[in-house]
Design a protein around this ligand. Structure first.
Ligand code: KE4
Length: 445
């Protein structure tokens, strides 16, 4: 926390009025579809109206009515260092003082590429873009260009951005809004995408047996955040690596959410897997618009101008975003937060579990490091959530009630059962204890 800045006033429970947000939302809806620039912010999964924010500092958010919250989405992942980390702010200010965009290469981009390659051993070459969606779209085109094949395999409940060929049974906002297949995605596009169940190795093996020579790539979230948090089984990971290698397809890990979040080397470091391509976003841009995709040099060298697979971008590798991403990755490299994040996560997980048990609420809690989801379930006994089939049985209205109970106690959780929560390196033990106490009150209310 930056001590020189005024500290946000502790959340005043009586100030749960959000009149200014209500007015701002009414105006925004007249101008912007749904009043939001991303449906994930629309509160579709919890009802009510989105809250409009004025500022953020460290682990706190302040809304335009002056209410403060402990932040458990961190801009949906990027803010692992907390908001306005001094090292990141200083880096952006330095970059700003010399220019904002050149449309020409800079040394800073090579320095960030170096940091990414040093952190993620499976990445030998990397190309920067402006979002996780762009990274996924480019990786799919590259996999198809490299293999000369059309079919992409993805998994229900996994979300890879709003890429036409991947917006089929996507998780995240699409799943929350109950519209897994988006209008506007043509049948011609969707036919080249096969959607299987996560954690079902037999399904994958059966598909490869029949269509292995058509499959360009298997794309997955190595730890899923977009149906709520789901971890892969060892057998599932082994099946993906074995089948793709055996049939000359590419294994693409979408680490937009998990990259630099679960470890400096991402989920692949924790899980001991070596994909052929990796997509990155969120933390790699330190909260500014930056994505990246990278992997085997022999694959990446098929990208223009070395190879023939087209990909381009006016603001790719933007100096301000590169500065924010570089400062963030250097801070994570120099002062590794991961052990502490895991300790705080274990404290939060234990607290949520015992609060639910005391309240007699059936939940399945899944956590890896500082990513966690508490799935609300309808039956008397918790059912392990291993994929979309089980995740989608969640009691979303019970989650919504919990969400608003936490909002009224100054805790800002993801506005959907089908999202993971994140906390930052500047969250404290006291913050975790306060969150657990609020959960106990909200669950028993
Ligand atoms: P962006 O295009 O939003 O930068 O990245 C898309 C993306 C790709 N892959 C994974 C695993 C992702 O989680 C995302 C984006 N995540 C959502 C939240 N689950 C972003 C929130 C939003 O869309 O507003």
């Amino acid at each position: 926390m930056n001590a020189s800045k005024p500290q946000p006033a502790p959340h005043d429970r009586t100030a749960t009025r959000r009149g200014k947000s209500h007015e701002a939302f009414a105006r925004a809806r007249r101008l912007i579809p749904g009043g939001v620039n991303s449906p994930a912010r629309a509160f579709g999964g919890v009802g009510g109206e989105p809250i409009f924010f004025a500022s953020a500092e460290g682990q706190h958010l302040t809304d335009i009515d002056g209410n403060t919250y402990l932040d458990y989405i961190g801009s949906w992942g990027p803010m692992i260092l907390g908001h306005r980390h001094p090292r990141v702010v200083a880096a952006i200010e330095r970059a700003l003082s010399t220019g904002t965009s050149y449309g020409a290469p800079t040394e800073a981009e090579s320095h960030l590429a170096d940091l990414i390659i040093a952190a993620v051993p499976s990445i030998e070459k990397v190309r920067m873009v402006s979002s996780g969606t762009e990274a996924a779209m480019s990786a799919v085109r590259l996999a198809r260009g490299f293999t000369g094949r059309d079919v992409i395999v993805k998994f229900a409940g996994n979300y890879h951005g709003h890429v036409d060929s991947l917006l089929v049974s996507a998780g995240s906002a699409a799943a929350t809004l109950g519209v897994p297949d988006s209008p506007g995605v043509t049948a011609g596009t969707a036919k080249d995408t096969v959607v299987l169940e996560y954690n079902e190795p037999q399904q994958l093996e059966d598909l490869f047996r029949v269509r292995g020579d058509e499959i360009a790539a298997v794309l997955m979230e190595p730890v899923v955040g977009n149906m709520g948090l789901v971890v892969p089984s060892r057998e599932f990971l082994a099946a993906i690596r074995d089948q793709t290698r055996r049939h000359g397809s590419l294994f693409v890990c979408d680490e937009v959410m998990t990259g630099f979040r679960l470890a400096l080397g991402g989920a692949q470091q924790l899980l001991g897997i070596e994909p052929d391509l990796t997509t990155l976003g969120k933390i790699v841009g330190g909260g500014l618009p930056l994505g990246a995709y990278g992997g085997r040099a022999d694959v990446m060298n098929h990208i223009l101008p070395v190879g023939k697979v087209f990909q381009a971008g006016t603001l790719s590798g933007n100096p301000l975003a590169v500065a924010a991403g570089t400062a963030t990755l250097e801070e994570l490299r120099d002062h590794s937060p991961y052990e502490r994040l895991d300790r705080l996560g274990a404290r939060l997980e234990a607290g949520f579990r015992s609060a639910a048990e005391r309240a007699g609420v059936t939940v399945w809690v899944a956590r890896v490091g500082s990513m966690m989801t508490m799935f609300f379930q309808k039956g008397p006994k918790a059912v392990p959530v291993t994929g979309w089939q089980t995740a989608s049985q969640s009691d979303t209205s019970r989650y919504a009630a919990f969400f608003w109970g936490m909002i009224d106690r100054g805790i800002y959780l993801p506005c959907s059962q089908y999202e993971a929560l994140f906390f930052s390196a500047v969250h404290t033990d006291a913050d975790i204890d306060r969150t657990v106490a609020a959960a106990a009150e909200s669950l028993s209310a």
